[in-house]
Design a protein around this ligand. Structure first.
Ligand SMILES: [Zn+2]
Length: 460
């Protein structure tokens, strides 16, 4: 059984406009502000006193602009112009800077750069759909991501001068923002840069925050789902994409007919978000999908040391090899709430109170490879393999012993102290490092490795 990465549509859930900056700071995860909330009221007061205009009027104008997705600093400049304060730009106007020198304290800047990627996204705010452009720019000194709040017709490979862009923080790095009050003009000459134009990436190279990327992959799993989206019930596709380098979960928010199980496809203009510690590929209404005339090969799981997998904060489809050093409580014959599937003790579900709990089999095995440990969670099917019996067999054994814990004891006797090759999806969160296990097999006999391990033990 796979849990597919779906966390709701990306554009719903915006709260009221009270805290515009919070939304602007992190429009794709509204619940997780990356910048401290700023108060429109405070800005209105400051602006009104600068301009010598009534505060209520300034505030109304400011609020209005902000509601239409205009970044706050731009909104303020626009009001300064409106009230005849020609010195709208910061004193001396935005300075031309190299990308390497742009940081969140830069104020407004002018940058000449080549467009590496140009993605599109629709966001809804206060009932209005608004198409934004997003991607990466580069010059001789470095690369930076951008959000364009208006349509500037940017294409990968274009070299442009962007005047009066603001800088905000995005995914922990500076990002250029430009809209109404910015100018975008063609620049002469080629920029010599290390960065490559275009968004083509292997799946393994994708990371959260990427936008305007292109992938070529096989649809290894796909299912239709109905979600409660921003326009009511909406059909979406979710599943798994694979190429030679990795497999990653994906969501297609605007189902494309070409995305079918087993199809090799090229998908242009996807964006990447993190879901449960792993990058998740998002296909939107602006993405294009075409069938490839060749098959994309899918590689196996990524073999990793447990410490590395945990340090990454999670990983999709990894293979870990280590010894089972313990079987945790909640293993063996367990009871689950029939409504939510949570494990219940003494017939009480945390959410549903007293329930007629159902029997199930599970193993929570602590796997240690010497670098770190994770809890590998085995579902009923994998547990039955390890136990060497069915759920009915487990019930029978518990009845005879008049103790359900004998099932976990039997499993522990079999696996603790032995080495296993475990494949699954690792998540790391407040519940610890847990591997949703999809394959669990005793490590293959490898005489050379065994000899080396034995010698290491002797030496220790
Ligand atoms: Zn329940």
């Amino acid at each position: 059984m796979h849990t597919v990465a779906v966390s709701g549509p990306p554009e719903t859930g915006f709260r009221s406009v009270v805290c515009a900056r919070r939304w602007l700071a992190n429009p794709y995860a509204p619940g997780r502000p990356t910048v401290r909330c700023m108060n429109v009221d405070d800005h209105a007061e400051e602006l009104a006193s600068d301009l010598g205009v009534d505060k209520a009027e300034v505030k109304e104008n400011l609020q209005n602009l902000v509601e239409y997705s205009v970044p706050l600093e731009e909104a303020k400049r626009s009001l300064r112009r409106k009230y005849g304060d020609d010195d709208g730009a910061p004193s001396g106007g935005p300075t031309a800077v190299d990308i390497a020198d742009v940081d969140t304290d830069s104020g407004n800047v002018t940058v000449t750069a080549t467009v590496l990627t140009a993605g599109k996204r629709s966001i809804r705010y206060q009932g209005d759909d608004h198409v934004i452009g997003e991607g990466e720019l580069a010059d001789e000194t470095g690369r930076i991501s951008y959000t364009a709040w208006e349509e500037f017709g940017l294409e990968p490979g274009d070299t442009v001068t962007i005047g009066n862009a603001s800088v905000r923080e995005w995914e922990g790095s500076p990002e250029l923002n430009f809209g109404e009050s910015a100018t975008v003009t063609s620049a002469d000459g080629d920029i010599e840069m290390a960065a490559e134009v275009g968004g083509d990436r292997d799946l393994a190279a994708l990371s959260a925050g990427d936008r305007g990327r292109n992938v070529e992959a096989v649809v290894t799993e796909v299912e239709e789902r109905t979600i409660d989206g921003r326009d009511g019930e909406t059909e979406i596709l979710s599943g798994v994409l694979g190429d030679e380098t990795a497999r990653l979960p994906f969501t297609d928010w605007d189902p494309h007919g070409e995305i079918e199980a087993g199809a090799s496809v090229r998908i242009e203009d996807v964006y990447v978000r993190e879901f449960r510690g792993v990058p998740s590929v998002n296909v939107s209404e602006f993405s294009t999908v075409e069938r490839l005339d060749h098959e994309v090969e899918v590689g196996g799981p990524t073999r990793m040391a447990i410490r590395d997998a945990v340090a990454r904060g999670g990983a999709y489809d990894v293979e870990l090899v280590g010894s089972v050093i313990d079987i945790r409580d909640g293993s063996g014959l367990i009871k689950r709430c029939p409504d939510c599937g949570r494990v219940v003790q003494t017939g009480q579900c945390r959410q549903h109170g007293a329930v007629e709990a159902e029997d199930d089999l599970r193993v929570k095995a602590v796997l240690d490879d010497g670098t770190d440990s994770v809890t590998a969670i085995l579902d009923r099917e994998l547990t039955a393999d390890v136990y060497g019996g069915t759920l009915a067999d487990a019930r029978e054994q518990a009845r005879e012993a008049m103790d359900h814990s004998v099932v976990a004891d039997t499993i522990a006797e079999d696996v603790v102290g032995r080495e296993f090759r475990v494949r699954g999806h690792l998540s790391v969160d407040e519940y610890g490092a847990n591997l949703e296990t999809i394959a669990f097999a005793e490590r293959d006999d490898d005489p050379a490795a065994r000899a080396a391990a034995f010698l290491a033990e002797v030496d220790a």
